[in-house]
Ligand binder design. Structure first.
Ligand code: UDX
Ligand code: UDX
Length: 426
């Protein structure tokens, strides 16, 4: 069994740490936020990720949380980097947290491997290798081991991966990282560091491309009278295409897709290449988030003084994460149109992110007296909701189903004017 230090106790770092501990390794998770470390030591999990609290509790004896770098790196064979890499103003990835961690490794005397879990531009590994060498840390190896875990299913994704990608400069370092994953079944892709970095960016770009593609098909469906839900089903059954990531909606959000698409766009541009397809994917997504406003106006005319309820704020269900969530753009646009915004989400902290909105504890409360509802996040609670009761409570029973979650016919018989995305208006 190995000793693993994980830098960053966020969505990725905590899942990585908990899953390695569950494989039997000794794990120390280090973060710079005292409140976060205190909470973790008390057994409180600072983020919402299904199954994480239980996994951390079950492996508590092999998991330590610290603010202290020296404690984290002591005897560690693997130094996992899972700090955030948000976009800078220019759209490039901000690597300052990564560099801070690399600079903190000065005192590591034992042989160890730095393993990059954070999503970084292609070429970052080579730069880190150079800096380690400059500092005399030639006994520390380097590998890229990108994450492909989606929030909400991160633990399952880690334990049952479609593949484990390991890029290393030295074969032995790659072998060591491969051995660390023993117990996890899944194809292993061994490659050079730059290719591993690109696999992560390209995989995300491919998924985003599918989403923007089906969203554009949805928009054409609306103009021509087809139903994108049926279309996606019929298209996805083609084995060469497959059914995943063909759900039309109000655009992708989250901590990865928007950031990583910008980072790849800038990476290409900085290298002299204009990535036209990716630019279109990003633009389609921006427009898609705003199309809901047009649908509301078709029914209500001016939105000034109208009360619009947003059902769901998280960028997808089963997470409290609202980073780059379509709900934020939607709320901003509604306020700009003079509408009165009210919202509900079962876990996301609406009061913190939408001070301009009134936050309610249940969907029915949010809908009470509203002129329109927008289903933003496909929470299971919304499938279960008594929509006939919702229609009675609203001043005007209009629903824009931004995720095509509900059955249009059922909603219409419950008294709603129903609009989906890419579904012919009934
Ligand atoms: C990760 C990143 O690795 C990113 O590159 C990837 O694309 C998506 O997932 P995530 O875990 O979602 O990010 O980020 P976040 O939840 O913000 O956690 C990052 C943690 O690192 C925070 O707890 C932060 O306090 C910590 N941190 C930041 C450090 O410990 N040290 C630093 O110098 C900076
Ligand atoms: C993503 C990748 O899936 C994961 O491999 C990577 O490591 C991190 O980024 P995540 O952002 O957690 O994971 O969620 P994901 O389930 O991929 O959804 C991203 C966004 O796309 C969400 O806003 C979701 O609503 C949207 N989406 C997804 C669609 O609009 N349609 C789809 O068919 C699928």
């Amino acid at each position: 069994m190995s000793r693993v230090a994980v830098f960053g106790a966020g969505y990725v770092g905590l899942v990585t740490g908990a899953c390695f501990a569950d494989l039997g390794h000794e794990v120390v998770v280090r973060d710079v936020l005292p409140d976060r470390i205190d909470a973790l030591r008390r057994g409180e999990v600072p983020i919402f990720e299904p199954g994480l609290d239980e996994l951390l509790a079950r492996n508590a004896e092999r998991l330590t949380f610290t603010l202290d770098v020296a404690e984290a790196v002591r005897d560690a064979e693997f130094l996992y980097v899972a700090v955030g890499t948000p976009p800078t103003y220019s759209g490039d990835a901000d690597l300052s947290a990564v560099w801070t961690v690399v600079d903190e490794l000065q005192g590591v005397e034992q042989p160890a491997v730095v393993v990059m879990k954070s999503t970084v531009p292609v070429g970052t590994g080579a730069k880190v290798r150079h800096r380690l060498d400059e500092r005399g840390l030639t006994h520390i190896g380097y590998a890229s081991n990108p994450e492909f875990t989606a929030e909400g299913t991160a633990i399952r994704d880690f334990r049952h991966p479609d593949r484990i990608v390991i890029g290393a400069f030295d074969l032995v370092d790659g072998d060591a990282v491969e051995e660390l994953h023993r117990g996890i079944e899944g194809p292993i892709v061994r490659c050079d560091v730059a290719s591993a970095e690109m696999i992560k960016l390209a995989a995300n770009a491919a998924l985003m491309t599918r989403i923007s593609f089906i969203n554009e098909i949805a928009n054409v469906c609306e103009a021509t009278g087809a139903d994108v839900v049926r279309v996606a089903e019929g298209v996805g059954l083609d084995r060469r295409i497959g059914p995943s990531f063909l759900r039309a909606g109000i655009g992708y959000g989250g901590s990865c897709f928007p950031k990583d698409s910008l980072a790849l766009k800038q990476l290409a541009a900085n290298s002299g290449y204009h990535f036209q397809l990716l630019n279109a994917v990003i633009e389609v997504n921006e427009l898609q988030k705003r199309r809901v406003i047009g649908k509301l106006k078709q029914h209500l005319g001016s939105l000034r003084g109208k009360s619009v309820a947003l059902l769901g704020l998280a960028f997808k269900p089963n997470t409290d994460d609202t980073r780059e969530a379509p709900s934020l753009v939607l709320a901003g646009r509604l306020v700009a149109e003079g509408a009165d915004v009210r919202a509900w989400d079962p876990v996301a902290d609406g009061r913190a992110i939408l001070p301009q909105a009134t936050i309610h504890d249940s969907p029915l409360e949010a809908l009470d007296g509203a002129d329109a509802a927008v289903l933003v996040t496909e929470w299971p609670e919304l499938v279960e909701l008594d929509w006939a009761e919702a229609a009675r409570r609203m001043r005007n029973a209009l629903l824009v189903d931004g995720r095509n979650l509900l059955d249009p016919e059922e909603l219409r018989s419950a008294g709603f004017a129903y609009e989906g995305i890419g579904r012919a208006a009934g």
